[in-house]
Design a protein around this ligand. Structure first.
Ligand code: SF4
Ligand code: SF4
Length: 73
């Protein structure tokens, strides 16, 4: 499996912390509102993700999960 960030859009409150902390600047606030009316964060370029997990660690709402590519696959 390649590096992957799973976004639980229902939990996102659009605070933007993950957008700012991502060293690759590949997260952005999306244009689709979730059922609470927040514009959930979106992945712009998954191929550039280095699976550092900064985004998941800073998210106060546990909306992000990061999976790291296993070497040797
Ligand atoms: S794991 Fe790191 S590089 Fe990937 S989206 Fe999150 S902060 Fe950005
Ligand atoms: S840090 Fe969490 S709640 Fe804030 S924008 Fe990112 S995913 Fe949404």
């Amino acid at each position: 499996m390649k590096n992957l960030v799973k976004i639980n859009a229902k939990r996102c409150k659009s605070c933007g912390l993950c957008v700012h902390v991502c060293p690759k600047k590949i997260l952005g606030i999306g244009e689709i509102a979730n059922d609470k009316g927040y514009y959930a964060v979106e992945m712009k370029d998954q191929t550039k993700c280095i699976a550092c997990a900064f985004c998941a660690l800073i998210c106060p709402d546990l909306a992000l999960e990061v999976y790291r590519e296993e070497k040797g696959e």
